[in-house]
Design a protein around this ligand. Structure first.
Ligand SMILES: *Cc1c(COP(=O)(O)O)cnc(C)c1O
Length: 369
């Protein structure tokens, strides 16, 4: 059996006629960038996320970069970020010439709230929290610390569309919830797309101006903007998928539960869910010593897996100039050596999943190094 990490055509086939209708509607409309579909999607996604405003953008990275910029965080400022996040979170900071200050993750792969205070200096302006792999972070203490030190909270929700903590949606804890709709995300478009959600009208307006060359009125450029517009095609297709997102997330939760119950190999550490946290299982990430051998064995048996992420940002080549050393963030570094993301996707069959479970359970780490 051949099993890929991501199988994107199955989610298309599931609602094929709805997607095709939406695409035709856009093609025939004669209007392709920032129009009615984008407005409708923004309203629908704001309602889904439980926020007053949504601004559709080109990508999740843009949502992060523009949020930091709109908060006027720049040169000399510091932003706290978890050491095991995706590079894009950190790029959102460094693109603005601000300095990322890393803190170690907790056992749920999210930011360890107990380690934030010791990372705060008089230059700290914000905490950027990633709800990694789809699990909502421990937001109550983070919000409290941010309030105490007057820091902005920016949430990277690129992997957590619809995940709640204590019933409160990720993306509603800070001033800005940053979403990516890259095709593999739980709410994925058919190309690049992203959005910011917020309750702050002024902040929303600034992002809205910024995405379109810094203008509210055409050719009246009030701030130095960028081109980060969401197009009508992606918005129309996202509207279709958003209407089904709850059931799509439920399917992943069901698959995650089957992995939880099915994987019995004692060498494999299964993902844990914090009390009060929900995960939409953007990734199902296990951990073990001998991870590379496990990955190789699975590959030989036709099962593709991924590593999120093999190099923590502080060790990335692009950040050598930040001067970090190996060993500085041992937990993030050990996760990078041990995590493995198993196949989980919309339309994964139980037979496919059972095959993955079987192969993992048959793995003898001693024998295979
Ligand atoms: C995907 C992702 C991003 C970036 O989103 P793009 O739309 O690809 O720019 C940012 N942060 C995290 C955690 C992601 O998973």
């Amino acid at each position: 059996m051949q099993i890929k990490c991501n199988v994107l055509d199955r989610q298309f086939q599931m609602y094929q006629s709805e997607y095709e209708q939406a695409a035709l509607r856009v093609l025939r409309s004669g209007w392709y960038v920032l129009g009615r579909e984008v407005e409708q999607f923004e309203q629908e996604f704001a309602a889904f996320a439980g926020r007053r405003y949504c601004v559709g953008l080109n990508s999740g990275l843009d949502a992060l970069i523009m949020s930091v910029r709109a908060l006027e965080i720049g040169k000399g400022d510091e932003v706290i970020v978890q050491a095991n996040t995706y590079i894009a979170t950190v790029l959102g900071i460094t693109e603005n010439d601000a300095v990322p200050v890393f803190v170690e993750p907790d056992e749920y792969y999210n930011m360890n709230a107990d380690k934030i205070e010791q990372a705060i200096t008089d230059r700290t302006k914000a905490v950027m929290v990633t709800h990694l792999y789809g699990q909502a972070s421990n937001m109550a203490p983070i919000v409290e610390i941010a309030r105490k030190y007057r820091l902005a909270v920016i949430e990277d929700c690129a992997q957590s569309h619809g995940a709640c903590f204590d019933g409160k949606m990720t993306g509603t804890f800070g001033i800005s919830g940053c979403f990516s709709f890259y095709p593999t995300k739980n709410l994925g478009a058919f190309g690049d797309a992203g959005a910011v959600v917020t309750d702050d009208g002024e902040f929303a307006e600034k992002i809205r101006m910024m995405r379109n060359y810094g203008s509210r009125i055409k050719y009246h450029n009030e701030i130095e903007g960028v081109n980060s517009r969401l197009d009508e095609m992606q918005a129309a297709l996202l509207r279709v998928k958003l209407a089904h997102l709850r059931e799509l997330n439920d399917e992943r939760k069901m698959l995650a539960k089957r992995y939880d119950e099915g994987i019995t190999n004692p060498r494999i550490m299964l993902p844990k869910l914090r009390e009060g946290a929900e995960s939409i299982y953007h990734q199902y990430v296990v951990r073990c010593a001998g991870r590379n051998a496990l990955q190789e064995m699975l590959e030989q048996r036709g099962i593709q897996t991924q590593i999120h992420y093999p190099i923590p940002p502080h060790m990335a080549k692009c950040y050598v100039h930040l001067g970090h050393k190996k060993g500085e963030y041992p937990i993030a570094e050990s996760y990078a050596d041990q995590v493995l993301s198993l196949p989980i996707y919309t339309g994964m069959t139980l037979a496919e999943q059972d095959y993955v479970i079987e192969q993992i359970n048959s793995w003898d780490a001693d024998e295979n190094g």
